[in-house]
Design a protein around this ligand. Structure first.
Ligand SMILES: C[S@@+](CC[C@H](N)C(=O)[O-])C[C@H]1O[C@@H](n2cnc3c(N)ncnc32)[C@H](O)[C@@H]1O
Length: 236
């Protein structure tokens, strides 16, 4: 894959919050208590029906098949890298932005120009609905990635963060392993606290940048080029 010049001018997150939100427990507990029943949007429902056919075929025709979910995949760089790293998996990248998904990210190619990975799908869908459909259909997801979700750093926007959203109870049940990355440590600390309210343990560590290693996503590359520490939360 060719590497683009990534400029390091990304500003560190500024927030009017200096610790875990004082309403976090109240909001998470409310979502744990009451089922999220908002009707599905038609476009996400149709996108799920289409990709579900691919998942069924993939599982039927591949021994040792696994499904990896790359939520908020943006331009799908991580989706392609994960597909390359996991040849037995079908990697499903989901983003609500058609503009991002359609952006012409370089494919992972051989030197002769042939496509190196084809075990991935990019889906335009809203994860508030898509997560519920995945959960209801019981996809056998092994790894569930959420890489650099929008941080919504203003305190009043807690419910726009994934751990403050109504779909939190369903999303955390997807995947044997959930891997979340952010350049805002407090986002992951809050997610970790929300997980604890459901009895789940998790580990928060710094993302270690090995020499000559490729960033998993464009946002990760941008933060690293700006000298910002990226963080990772993993729960089994
Ligand atoms: C900060 S970008 C990170 C993109 C990519 N993971 C990266 O690191 O380069 C966050 C992405 O989440 C997507 N997103 C936010 N809310 C979403 C939702 N409800 N459903 C699907 N995608 C969503 C946005 O469209 C955006 O592409």
């Amino acid at each position: 894959m060719t590497t683009k010049n990534i400029t390091g001018d990304s500003k560190a997150i500024m927030s009017n919050q200096d610790g875990i939100h004082d309403k976090l427990a109240k909001i998470v507990n409310k979502h744990l208590q009451y089922e999220f029943k908002k009707p599905y949007q038609a476009h996400t429902k149709q996108a799920f029906v289409d990709v579900n056919e691919q998942v069924k075929t993939f599982l039927l025709t591949n021994k040792n098949a696994e499904i990896i979910l790359d939520a908020c995949c943006g331009v799908g760089q991580s989706t392609r890298i994960l597909a390359q790293q996991n040849p037995n998996a079908l990697v499903i990248g989901v983003d609500k932005s058609a503009n991002r998904l359609d952006r012409n990210v370089e494919e992972l190619t051989h030197f002769d120009g042939s496509k190196q990975v084809d075990n991935f799908v990019l889906v335009r869908a809203d994860l508030n609905d898509f997560y519920r459909l995945v959960k209801a259909t019981n996809w056998p997801v092994t790894k569930h990635y959420i890489l650099y979700p929008n941080p919504w750093p203003k305190s009043k926007h807690l419910q726009r963060r994934w751990h403050g959203s109504a779909v939190f109870p369903q999303m955390i049940e997807i995947g044997q392993q959930l891997i979340l990355r952010s350049n805002w440590r407090l986002y992951l600390e809050e997610f970790q606290a929300a997980l604890l309210l459901t009895g789940r343990q998790s580990q928060l560590t710094a993302v270690v940048v090995a020499e000559n290693s490729q960033a998993l996503t464009p946002f990760e590359a941008k933060y690293q080029a700006s000298g910002q520490q990226c963080w990772q939360l993993i729960t089994e």
